[in-house]
Design a protein around this ligand. Structure first.
Ligand code: ZN
Length: 300
């Protein structure tokens, strides 16, 4: 009798444990490497709800690489193909992905992106427009500069408090994208007003950054060569540098708060950053500092 009640108690606690695991199960983000063998080092991302029944497929530019990385149930969960901007290495797979996904699912797949320059666009979100994906809340933050149609997608899971932002070629870890269709002033606004305000200060330290490329190593080299030249000048950069030595993949590891610690494009008023762009007096505008930093990086 004692033994039976012991087993019953054990079973009850096991059930409680499995319930707890279910309660803490999180939204899923699967990073898919694309164009790594040809030097593009792009990422596509599958963002899925806790129960994995609904997903967004972000920037699936290389359809073959994306298809081979996803299981059938992951493909059937995709509600929308989503682009961070129209460049071919982000949007070039839209047509192939949508026709195959429509076939597999037997229903429509939306294409959410910043403009009709992305193939097959069906929805163009406004700045700060919100979407719901299952339990997930997604805020579209328009960040024109790299392209005029650049959009960052900020996602939060109200059940777990987990947060992430997909930044395309606007914000990279320890860097930012080139200003192909915009100015230094626009990049300053994109990074330091639109992204930071769109996420909200209370969430900066819990929001993981998922950029469009794995450029962290070369960005760290630039920041080390041009700005914080010695170990000890910026302890956050030292930490990131060490991480890069040991890890090839850095996406989804660092937060917006981390960026504020080591990313010079988000530290425009730091005297060391001003020194790096020959503005020891601090007389340049933030836009000028952004432009000068970008010029230095372009020459690297
Ligand atoms: Zn781009």
């Amino acid at each position: 009798m004692y033994r039976l009640s012991f087993i019953t108690r054990q079973l009850a606690s096991l059930t409680t444990a499995s319930r707890q695991i279910q309660q803490t199960r999180k939204m899923h983000i699967k990073a898919i490497k694309m164009r790594w063998l040809t030097g593009g080092v792009n990422y596509s991302y599958l963002l899925s709800t806790q129960d994995k029944t609904k997903s967004w497929l972000i920037d699936p530019a290389e359809a073959l690489e994306v298809f081979s990385a996803l299981k059938t149930e992951e493909l059937t969960s995709v509600d929308a193909v989503v682009n961070t901007h129209h460049h071919y290495d982000h949007s070039g797979g839209n047509g192939a992905m949508v026709s195959r996904l429509t076939e597999i699912k037997g229903s429509d797949v939306q294409v959410i992106c910043g403009s009709h320059n992305s193939p097959g666009a069906t929805q163009i979100p406004k700045h700060l427009q919100e979407y719901t994906l299952g339990d997930l809340k997604i805020r579209c933050i328009r960040t024109p500069c790299h392209t005029q149609d650049s959009v960052c997608y900020y996602v939060r899971d109200p059940n777990t408090g987990e947060k992430a932002i997909f930044t395309g070629d606007t914000l990279f870890i320890a860097g930012c994208g080139r200003f192909f269709e915009g100015t230094g002033e626009e990049m300053d606004v994109a990074l330091n007003r639109r992204i930071l305000d769109g996420v909200g200060e209370a969430n900066w330290s819990s929001t993981k950054v998922y950029p469009g490329h794995e450029y962290t190593k070369s960005n760290v080299k630039f920041v080390r060569d041009a700005v914080y030249k010695k170990v000890g000048d910026n302890s956050a950069l030292d930490m990131l540098e060490n991480y890069c030595k040991k890890n090839e993949v850095t996406t989804g590891v660092f937060t917006l708060r981390d960026e504020l610690e080591y990313n010079p494009f988000m530290r425009l008023d730091d005297p060391t950053v001003r020194d790096a762009v020959n503005d020891a007096q601090g007389s340049c505008t933030r836009a000028q500092v952004t432009d000068r930093l970008r010029e230095l990086k372009n020459k690297m």
